[in-house]
Design a protein around this ligand. Structure first.
Ligand code: NAG
Ligand code: NAG
Length: 187
């Protein structure tokens, strides 16, 4: 997920990525939901092959991540790089970090009034999923907004991936991200 913000001449970008295993499972299910009914279902095995050889939208995934990761190191004032797993682990910390990045940090007064907690509630996965527009809205012929919300959990991949797949994808990411400082906790 990428959020672009242009404030006058200042451009800021917030990049959020997720561990490759959950990302793969999520995108595989998503692709099958938005495909035209006339197209055959994409099997898990075939989708995995494509993910591993980089033949996916905006792929290869590791290049996409590394491009933003590199930029966030070179221009930390312009690019904020976040990981979904870190966000979920400590939402308050990351929300404060985001506010600082956007140059509108929370005041002590806002903090004591519970503004941070209210924003977290308002933007929670559960709350967004239950919004009318995300339950019945659509975008184009095959794209229903509800397809954008599944579980939002960490580690659901363990219910889908064979151990050989986990091994293969771990190797690819170790190799591709090696030395960059970018890594993912997967369990
Ligand atoms: C990637 O894998 C898919 C599925 O097996 C295959 O159809 C495609 O040709 C492969 N692409 C490359 C670049 O290897
Ligand atoms: C990211 O930076 C590393 C180290 O400088 C470089 O090897 C790599 O090509 C860069 N990747 C991208 C996608 O920009």
């Amino acid at each position: 997920m990428i959020l672009f913000l242009s404030l006058n001449t200042l451009s800021m970008m917030v990049y959020i990525c997720r561990n490759p295993f959950d990302t793969f499972v999520s995108s595989w299910m998503f692709v099958n939901k938005i495909k035209p009914p006339s197209m055959p279902t994409l099997s898990l095995e075939e989708a995995f092959e494509m993910y591993c050889n980089g033949s996916v939208g905006f792929g290869p995934v590791w290049n996409h991540m590394l491009g933003y990761w590199n930029e966030s190191k070179e221009r930390p004032k312009n690019v904020l790089f976040l990981k979904y797993e870190d966000l979920k682990e400590d939402v308050v910390f990351h929300l404060k970090k985001l506010a600082k990045f956007l140059e509108c940090p929370f005041t002590l007064e806002e903090e004591s009034e519970g503004v941070i907690e209210n924003i977290i509630k308002l933007c929670s996965f559960e709350k967004m999923k239950e919004l009318e527009v995300n339950k019945i809205g659509r975008f184009g012929r095959n794209f229903e907004n509800k397809f954008l919300f599944r579980k939002g959990e960490i580690g659901d991949w363990t219910n889908y991936l064979a151990s050989s797949m986990v091994e293969k994808l771990s190797k690819i990411f170790e190799e591709k991200l090696g030395g960059s400082g970018l890594n993912f906790r997967v369990k």
